[in-house]
Design a protein around this ligand. Structure first.
Ligand code: NAD
Length: 476
């Protein structure tokens, strides 16, 4: 059935108006300037209960639409995001801090519509598990019911779509709890999507950690999609235990990159840089520890310093900038303390390391730290900001051992001109994804998830869809 739905086109100011609470709430400040961006509601747990009840009431008819119809709604939601892409990117830039340009705000809004469309495009058919002329067993994926989604502040819109799109596609309705740091981005995105979706299929309940805790423990939630820190992931495992909730946990990472001695330094320098500094380093699967063979160590350091010098950092709405501030004071302090610890240990700060004290906003300069010991806090702790430690190694065994030494394993990368050699090294790394000659390049068709304490469950692709379904065997 083809449906025509008028897609509204809004300005950023109209979106902020539409999502503002009629009373109460709190001001959200721009991390680059300190200016007020807008006002976000602070919902209560009673309001969360009500949203979950509405989502449950809407779920049956949403499930009954079937895959084709739901996919067409996802495509329409993508059209709505595209029609409002500039307004959404501006809001995202002002609230999160990320620049409009580079792999940042416009890129993130673009990813929202492409993830919606790709998620709509997959075929998911019942699987014949046994069909041998004697017995039959088919594996179906039924809707789970109501899915809760809790997200972080680094890629607030994109990660919301990562959680919401497969959940909706599989016939579930969704209640989202955005990060308290970036609620406006998520509320505005959902507002735009809801101009084309049926009522109560997708709702956002903005509030503090208490709302996240209540959602995790709620009897009306059948599955929880969580993206955030490992510490919060562990709290969610505990609070969801009594309801035996299904969980997908995308948690913290501390991704290693290993540069092999045969690397073409010039060819990879830009990609190495963006692997680490995408979203000013505030990315779960960013390169956070770089291991470089001693033969090319100086060359790689020099090349990265050169690339760093060519990447302007500043207020996100200024078109020339491709790096922005840290999103919040806490994260700024974490990065500053880790770099100070590294400096005090005798490591060499090749560039950066000295934030300007007179500048408004949480700007921390692009920082590269060399001659650093693998046991340094800047290496072993997730910095989640623009400060990359570069560690020297002599043998591949040593590099692999260092890469695998931590209890997290989200992504990793190997950099080499010899793909077969790189694949051999990749197979030895304990991480959910190992990229070769790139880092953090997620794709809506390719399953993504962490190993070790970076979480469990997969997102994206048909595998990701299956995780939002209740498997059911029909056997006869
Ligand atoms: P966080 O864990 O502090 O917060 C994430 C969300 O959880 C927020 O919405 C918060 O309100 C909520 N929350 C906090 N306590 C809760 C509780 N007890 N119960 C339920 N919800 C609770 O994470 P953050 O600082 O927003 O994000 C940064 C972290 O997220 C980093 O560690 C980063 O690596 C990780 N991350 C992982 C991925 C991934 O795909 N693996 C993606 C992005 C970010």
């Amino acid at each position: 059935m083809t449906r025509t739905i008028d897609i509204g086109v809004f300005t950023t100011a109209q979106l902020l108006d539409a999502i503002a609470p009629s009373d109460g709430g709190r001001d959200i400040l721009d991390p680059a300037t300190g200016a007020i961006v807008g006002r976000a509601p602070e919902r209560t747990t009673a309001e969360l209960d009500a949203a979950i009840s509405r989502a449950r009431a809407a779920q049956r008819s949403w499930a009954q639409l079937g895959h084709r119809e739901r996919s067409s709604y996802l495509d329409k939601a993508a059209d709505a995001v595209d029609a409002n892409s500039e307004a959404l990117a501006e809001l995202l830039s002002r609230e999160q801090g990320k620049p409009l340009n580079g792999p940042n705000a416009r890129f993130e809004v673009g990813a929202c519509s492409s993830w919606l469309r790709t998620t709509a495009s997959f075929e998911i058919e019942p699987e014949k598990v046994v069909d041998d002329g004697v017995g039959h067993a088919e594996l179906h994926y039924r809707p789970l019911g109501v899915v809760g989604a809790i997200g972080p502040w680094n890629w607030p819109m994109m990660i919301t779509v990562w959680q919401v799109a497969p959940a909706l596609r599989m016939g579930n309705t969704v209640v989202v709890k955005p990060s308290e740091y970036t609620p406006l981005s998520v509320l505005a995105l959902a507002y735009v999507m809801n101009t084309v979706l049926p009522p109560d299929v997708l709702s956002v309940v903005a509030g503090g950690r208490d709302i996240g805790e209540a959602l995790s423990a709620h009897e009306g939630i059948d599955k929880l999609m969580f993206t955030g820190s490992t510490a919060t992931g562990k709290a969610i495992i505990r609070s969801s235990a009594d309801t035996v909730k299904r969980l997908t946990l995308e948690l913290g990472g501390n991704d290693a990159g290993i540069v092999l001695p045969d690397v073409d330094v010039k060819a990879v320098a830009q990609d190495l840089f963006w692997g680490a500094f995408i979203n000013t380093g505030q990315t779960c699967a960013a390169l956070k520890r770089l291991y470089v063979h001693e033969d090319v160590y100086a060359q790689v350091c020099d090349a990265l310093v050169e690339v760093a010098a060519s990447m302007p950092m500043g207020i996100g709405l200024e078109e020339q900038n491709v790096l922005g501030p840290l999103q919040n004071r806490t994260q700024f302090d974490i990065v500053a303390a880790l770099v100070e610890t590294a400096r005090e240990s005798g490591a060499t700060v090749l560039v950066g390391g000295d934030p300007a004290t007179e500048q408004a906003g949480y700007f921390y300069p692009t920082t590269l730290v060399a001659d650093i010991d693998n046991s340094n806090d800047l290496v072993t702790h997730e910095q989640f900001g623009p400060a990359l430690p570069i560690i020297r190694y002599s043998t591949i065994d040593e590099a692999v051992a260092m890469a695998n030494a931590l209890d997290v394993g989200l992504g990793a990368s190997v950099w080499s001109t010899d793909i077969d050699k790189a694949r051999e090294v990749a197979a030895r790394i304990e991480a959910g994804t190992v990229w070769i000659n790139k880092h953090g390049a997620v794709d809506p068709r390719v399953p993504f998830g962490g190993s070790k304490q970076s979480g469990y469950g997969l997102e994206f692709g048909v595998e990701g869809l299956k995780q939002l379904g209740a498997p059911q065997i029909i056997s006869y």
